[in-house]
Structures are given as C-alpha cells and as structure tokens.
Design a protein around this ligand. Structure first.
Ligand code: ADP
Ligand code: MG
Length: 276
C-alpha cells in the first residue's frame, strides 16, 4: 500500500467553466477540515468566485485588507504568501483570496523566467507543518495559472459535469498534465475524476458517468456528486454545505467523497490529540 502522507497539495482543475470545481473545492475543504485536517484553500481564479462567496466570513478583517493580500500579490512576490492567508472561522479552514486583477497579472507574469513555478516558489515560504492539505481552485482555462497549479500540486482532482460533451476537452487536459509530468514535475499524480451535478433520474447523466468510467476506469471515483439545490445555494450564504445544511444528503455525499479521496490520495487522517 502507498505510504500515508500529509502536507499534500491538490489541484481542482478542468479548463471548462461551470463544471463544479469551485463548489467542490469549497465543500471538500470544509469536509476535510471536519476530519481534522488543517486545510488551506487557494483561489487561483481571477473571477474570484470562491473569495466572493467567503468574503463576509473571513473573521475580523476588512474588504480593503483582503484586496491588498491576494494570491496575485504572492505570485508577484509583493507579499509573502503567509501574509495573504485569512481564517474562515465558521468553516475551520483558511483561504488565500483572489481578485480580478489576477487576470492582468497573468499576462505580465507570462514574461518572467520560471513563470510556471511562481506558485510552487510562493508555497515554499509557508511554514512547514502549518497545513496538512493545500487545495488549489483553478480558473477555467489551461493558461499560466493552471500550469502553476499543476507544477505546484502533488495530486490532480478533475471535476467533470455529468452533461452532454462531458468528455470534450479531457484529452487536452490529460495532454497538459502529461506534459507537466514530463517537463516540470514527474511526481505529479492524477488519481481522481469526480462526476459532478449528477442527476440519476436522467438517462443522459447516467450514461455520461458510465462513459467516464469506461474511459478512465482507475480515476473515476465511486462517489459521485449529485446535483442538489442546497449545494448551489450554500455559497450565496457564505458557507459550505456543512454550514448551510449540515444534516442533509449533500453533506453526507461530500463526507463520503472525502473519505474515498483519503484512500485514493493516501491521505492520513490527523491524530485528534495534535496540538495547534
Ligand atoms: P466552476 O468552478 O467549475 O466554474 P462552480 O463550482 O462555480 O463551477 O459551479 C457552477 C455552477 O453550478 C454554480 O452555479 C454552482 O452553484 C452550481 N453547482 C455546482 N455544483 C453543484 C451541485 N452539486 N448541485 C447543484 N449545483 C451545483
Ligand atoms: Mg470556479
């Protein structure tokens, strides 16, 4: 069996927008935090949906302070990443926020030598043993920011919406993952494809999940994420599914997925008596 690990970085990536990356990253962050993992969630999307949904819950801080301490500052090396970490007390994890300016930065940073390694370098400044898991919520493109996520990650999780044309774009994504493995980061592992927004009442949704399992038999998770109104509503209340509907079906489904990912990614559940 693979060695159990902590201090694992996980990229939630798919160049398609609207497939459930941000929602899944937020809910998995909360699910893992409830299992005792110390989780840092990094918003790498200039659209900053994750940041917007959590911005009212970032403890004792102002919007100005958040805007001055984003992932963009850390990638530009204007601020150390450690200064851009905000606690989300209601959820028990921490967030590095994003901002729309990140889209301009992406263009500028593209000129830099070592431009694919900016995030990996920024993460080096994190205190060792501060977080068990670092989750990277990627933008809907395979540009420089997503490449930085792949170069910095240990594991890739690909959320795929169980809809028409779900497989479209997967070949391109896999090619990029393999290129990163060949040229930048041979240890990068790709162990999870998670079907999202599954509606088991429709034939189409069921067929797409079957098709995914046929194409990626070792990656597709047994746990799928059904389409649920509560999941879509939670972020507008500044909350993961655990804060919004803790006893509901969707919270249980995320718990089950986190447990499955613990096994797939060989994550070690932290001991309960750990101090800090
Ligand atoms: P991405 O980050 O890939 O662009 P999002 O996580 O923002 O995707 O999700 C896209 C839309 O789908 C959002 O409106 C979100 O609320 C909704 N959504 C995501 N997951 C679910 C789900 N399991 N059930 C219902 N709606 C969902
Ligand atoms: Mg998103």
């Amino acid at each position: 069996m693979a060695k159990q690990r902590n201090d694992v970085r996980i990229a939630f990536i798919n160049q398609k927008g609207g497939v459930g990356k941000t929602t899944l990253a937020l809910n998995c962050a909360a699910g893992w935090a409830r299992l005792g993992f110390r989780v840092l969630l990094i918003d790498l999307d200039p659209q900053a949906h994750l940041t917007l949904s959590l911005s009212t819950t970032l403890g004792d801080t102002s919007l100005e302070r958040i805007e001055e301490h984003t992932i963009e500052m850390a990638l530009r090396r204007e601020k150390p990443l450690t200064e851009c970490i905000f606690d989300v007390p209601t959820e028990g994890f921490s967030l590095v926020p994003s901002h729309i300016d990140l889209s301009f930065a992406e263009g500028e940073l593209a000129q830099e030598l070592g431009r694919e390694l900016l995030l990996r370098d920024a993460l080096e400044s994190l205190e060792t043993d501060r977080f068990d898991l670092v989750l990277l919520d990627c933008p809907p493109s395979l540009g420089l920011l997503s490449l930085n996520a792949l170069a910095a990650a240990d594991e890739v999780v690909v959320p795929v919406q169980a809809q028409y044309l779900a497989l479209q774009g997967m070949a391109q994504l896999i090619r990029i993952i393999e290129l990163v493995q060949q040229r930048l980061h041979p240890q990068l592992r790709w162990n999870a494809v998670v079907p999202t927004m599954v509606d088991s009442r429709t034939n189409l949704s069921r067929e797409v999940v079957e098709q995914l399992r046929k194409h990626f038999p070792s990656q597709v998770t047994s746990c799928v994420i059904p389409s649920r109104v509560k999941v879509a509503e939670a972020p507008s209340h500044g909350s993961s599914i655990f804060g919004y509907d803790p006893g509901g079906l969707a919270a249980g489904e995320i718990e089950d997925l986190c447990q499955e990912l613990n096994e797939r990614l060989s994550l070690e559940i932290p001991l309960p008596d750990r101090t800090s």
